[in-house]
Design a protein around this ligand. Structure first.
Ligand code: T4K
Length: 398
């Protein structure tokens, strides 16, 4: 096999994406039937029956009392932060999708960046403790790649310091910590139903909580702050999910168990095929408990592998393997946050190191066994011809 960067034909004729929508033939027909029902009712949004049905299904799936849907996870997080009327500082990991931090900044809160733990890439409770100041009002933990945070340690810190605790569960649909499902941890957790997620409603998200009063406040906030007709009690926004989005969700739900199984076997196949490639380590999924196996995360040890993570990404893209550098750079290194006045964040050595080394592999493969073998073979040849690959990448970069 000759990688495309060395002059070979691309290993894949079609792009192999990291995230991908789940649209089985049955999903389409269910979606169309549900949309027909919405058209017949002539009810397309504003807390419609499909939205309610989806909320109930997602709540039951996670064993939690309340599910409040939203138009996406970013807005869901903003609603949660607003519901608690937070001010001051929020402790948030830098190693996350930038939305987790932006949602805080949009609420006028100051994000205080925290490092992650090497073993599961989730927020480091020991450092959270050190970052708490008199201005701290909340902690946002991120269940990165479906690994659930150290919820017990964070709960203990939150109680002792009387803080709010919010979990970004954008990656963690159906995941657990031991035998405890996500959904009931902290004050509230929020999911993303973006098209590239394990479970999708095109765009969408939801807040899960055990607190009935909080759920009602969130429902009011997502509907412009209305508490009944003509009665605006709070500064709300439009965070509603449409019936079309809910129809997509309801149509997709039955396919989830098979999707999870397929993703689990994809991880397993990658593990087997990548085992012999020097300097490439598949990060374990489900460190905390049950996983949805949606993200296949690989760590590149450039010294042993011979090619840097960035050059590897460049080479794989030439072969139509559209791997992604989730999450690079750490949010604290993004120009918007790095340019903020002030002393700057505390050193975040694990975030800095990990964000230079990880990448997510394609998991939308037609033939799991053959395609993971082909991607692993590409990685092996790129390693064997490291010098040439590096030279060609460097030349291309100018
Ligand atoms: N917190 C965390 C930890 C998150 O990861 C995210 C979002 C959020 C919060 C916020 O959630 P939302 O507000 O979005 O609900 C993507 C997603 O847009 C974003 O939702 C996701 N995380 C993030 C990790 O990935 P991009 O800019 O990298 O996506 P994009 O357009 O490059 O697509 C990724 C791959 O998926 C491509 O290779 C193409 C493929 N794809 C994409 C779409 C949209 C498809 O095959 N079909 C599609 O329809 O951000």
């Amino acid at each position: 096999m000759k990688p495309a960067i060395l002059g070979g034909e691309p290993a894949f004729s079609k792009p192999q994406a990291v995230g991908f929508p789940l649209v089985e033939p049955d999903t389409r027909s269910r979606f169309h039937a549900l949309m027909d029902s919405a058209f017949e009712r002539n009810w397309l949004t504003n807390d419609g029956p499909l939205v309610r049905q989806l909320e109930q299904a997602v709540a039951e799936l996670h064993g939690v009392e309340e599910c409040v849907s939203a138009c996406n996870a970013t807005v869901a997080q903003m609603l949660a932060l607003r519901a608690f009327e937070l001010g001051g500082e929020v402790i948030v990991p830098s190693f996350t999708f930038v939305a987790s931090v932006h949602a805080c900044a949009w609420q006028g809160l100051t994000p205080v960046f925290c490092d992650i733990r090497r073993q599961d890439l989730t927020i480091d409770p020991a450092m959270v403790e050190r970052l708490i100041s008199p201005r701290t009002s909340a902690i946002v933990g991120v269940h990165a790649f479906g690994n659930v945070c150290d919820v017990d340690a964070l709960e203990e810190i939150r109680r002792r310091h009387r803080l709010r605790l919010i979990y970004d569960a954008a990656h963690a649909f159906g995941c657990s910590s031991g035998s405890r499902s996500i959904g009931g941890f902290g004050d509230v957790e929020f999911l993303s139903f973006h098209a590239t997620k394990f479970f999708s409603t095109f765009e969408g998200g939801a807040l899960l909580t055990r607190d009935r009063h909080l759920a009602q406040a969130l429902r009011n906030l997502r509907n412009f702050g209305f508490a009944g007709y003509d009665n605006v009690e709070t500064l709300g926004l439009n965070g509603k999910m449409s019936e079309a989005a809910a129809a997509m969700g309801l149509a997709s739900l039955p396919a989830l168990p098979a999707r999870r199984e397929r993703l689990a076997s994809t991880q397993e196949a990658y593990r087997r095929h990548l085992a012999g490639v020097p300097g490439i380590a598949l990060r374990p999924a489900g460190v905390s408990g049950r996983s949805n196996y949606h993200y296949v995360v690989v760590e590149v040890d450039a010294e042993r592998y011979g090619v840097t993570r960035d050059h590897l990404v460049e080479a794989l893209w030439r072969d139509n393997v559209l791997v992604r550098k989730y999450f690079y750079p750490g949010c604290h290194r993004m120009p918007y946050y790095a340019s903020k006045a002030g002393p700057g964040p505390a050193p975040l050595p694990v975030t800095d190191e990990i964000s230079e080394r990880v990448l997510c592999l394609s998991s939308n493969l037609e033939d799991v066994e053959a395609d993971t073998a082909r991607i692993a073979a590409l990685l092996q040849v790129i390693h064997e011809r490291a010098e040439e690959v590096t030279r060609l990448c460097t030349v291309a970069a100018g």
